[in-house]
Design a protein around this ligand. Sequence first.
Ligand code: ADP
Ligand code: MG
Length: 245
Amino acid sequence: MPILEGKGVTKYFGGLVAVSNVDFKVEQGEALGLIGPNGAGKTTLFNLISAALVPKPGTIRFKGENITGLKPYKICRMVVARTFQLVKVFADMPALSNVILGSYFGMSPGMSSKDAVREATELLEFVGLSAVKGTPAKDLTLANQKRLEVARALATNPELLLLDEMMAGLNPTEVGQAMELVTRIRDKGITIIMIEHVMKAIMNVCERIIVLHHGAKIAEGTPQEIVTSKKVIEVYLGEKAHAGS
Ligand SMILES: Nc1ncnc2c1ncn2[C@@H]1O[C@H](COP(=O)(O)OP(=O)(O)O)[C@@H](O)[C@H]1O
Ligand SMILES: [Mg+2]
């Protein structure tokens, strides 16, 4: 059974269809890439999966259970966590406290606040932020703020992690480090869906890619199939090549 399955997932904003009749399946333990031009509906699809928005029409199932229309906090308890395209850290709070909040949220019964601190400390280490655990989030580099968001998301103990443009705005060295981090998260057995414009990262990390264009799924396949797809080159990759990215 897929860990996540969408059928006919659709979202209108007024007269604009942001996500249009999209079917998708994500298998347990896989890393799925979600690509497409700006405005294609990628972030909206994340908002639908994490229940910040409700599809209409369409259904989303998590491990076979229909989660359509459940409240976001319930979805998070059902082990879907996410990061945001524009980072949303608690700016004035130290890095460690940002992650502790995630730990409290994902806390299993019987877990003490001491356990939460220990878990948050371990997660900061895992994402490579031990040295800056006392630094207010706003004083971290963008790359580190993104890592902090990942640590906070992991603190809720997700089975499925949604990463929205984690590499955007990072320099090539930081992109390499972020790719390495995503790979280590997947090695923990956490299923990943990542939205990314950095094709190198998608190609290296993901075993499958879905392409959205004007809200609709226009292609799906292995990285190799996607980069050689005429349709995808036409609507997305060709344009990127021109833009030099
Ligand atoms: N809250 C919203 N209200 C109205 N329109 C929105 C909203 N969020 C996204 N959109 C529109 O939906 C379309 C898809 O946006 P988005 O999902 O952010 O695309 P992507 O992440 O692929 O760049 C765009 O045309 C965008 O302007
Ligand atoms: Mg987006």
